[in-house]
Design a protein around this ligand. Structure first.
Ligand SMILES: *Cc1c(COP(=O)(O)O)cnc(C)c1O
Length: 234
């Protein structure tokens, strides 16, 4: 199917963008309020490059090593891609990740935040991050407990090379649409409670292929979409 990679990816992207636009219209929100993060973890560099060519240059990878490999792949290295790490980051992988990404969307401990701050200082950047919150309470999920968030935010002034731009969550693994929507609403309400003028926490990264419409209805500004973009390749 090599010959039509570009056409298939273009049509998948158009379909996802249409779903985003429809959900934004239903929510009474402008469609440009929602950024599409194309999750490239299921495919190789060639398919990923086709997605960038089709117009989606904000990309997410769940595993640091795969993100590094993609970022350096010949098909991708010279493209203007904003890479976002969306999965768990171990502290021994922080340095190389900070050197590569626009944002780390899955910060789930103060120890990790401290490592990121140190690595960012060393390469002279301020690292944008999202704090991951475990709204569903699933034991296998990473993320801060919602009740811990105020104490975490109170520590941020100690990490001047990190900029927390918002929050990220994943809906309950076993849940239905209503559960997902409740998880997303809970993240928005948490943000509304803890945000301040100095720390507006504007970004809410929530919603994946199966539930991003619910997330957009609840105020998502960033949807992380994988499988729906790769139909025909998986
Ligand atoms: C894989 C992944 C996604 C994309 O999931 P799909 O259901 O394939 O759209 C989103 N967020 C995270 C954190 C992921 O690991």
């Amino acid at each position: 199917m090599t010959g039509d990679i570009d056409a298939v990816v273009r049509s998948n992207l158009a379909r996802v963008q249409e779903r985003i636009a429809t959900a934004c219209a239903a929510a009474g929100r402008p469609a440009d309020e929602v950024t599409l993060v194309g999750v490239s973890k299921y495919v190789a560099a060639a398919e990923t490059a086709a997605l960038v060519a089709a117009g989606c240059a904000t990309l997410g990878e769940a595993r640091p090593q795969q993100l590094w490999a993609k970022a350096e792949a010949p098909e991708l290295a010279d493209l203007p891609i904003a890479w976002r790490l969306i999965g768990h980051l171990q502290r021994n992988k922080v340095e190389r990740t900070v050197a590569t990404v626009a944002s780390i969307d899955s910060v789930d401990s103060l120890r990790l935040l401290a490592s990121i701050d140190k690595a960012a200082a060393a390469c002279g950047k301020t690292q944008a991050v999202l704090l991951e919150v475990n709204e569903s309470g699933d034991a296998e999920k990473h993320g801060f407990a919602p009740t811990d968030l105020p104490a975490v935010l109170a520590e941020l002034s100690g990490y001047p090379h990190v900029q927390v731009t918002g929050l990220m969550t994943m809906a309950a693994r076993s849940g239905d649409e209503d559960t997902a929507r409740r998880n997303f609403a809970a993240l928005r309400e948490l943000r509304d409670r803890v945000a301040t003028p100095d720390l507006p926490l504007t970004e809410l990264s929530m919603g994946m292929s199966g539930d991003f419409e619910e997330a957009i209805l609840e105020g998502s500004t960033m949807v992380r979409v994988g499988s729906a973009l790769w139909e025909g390749f998986l």
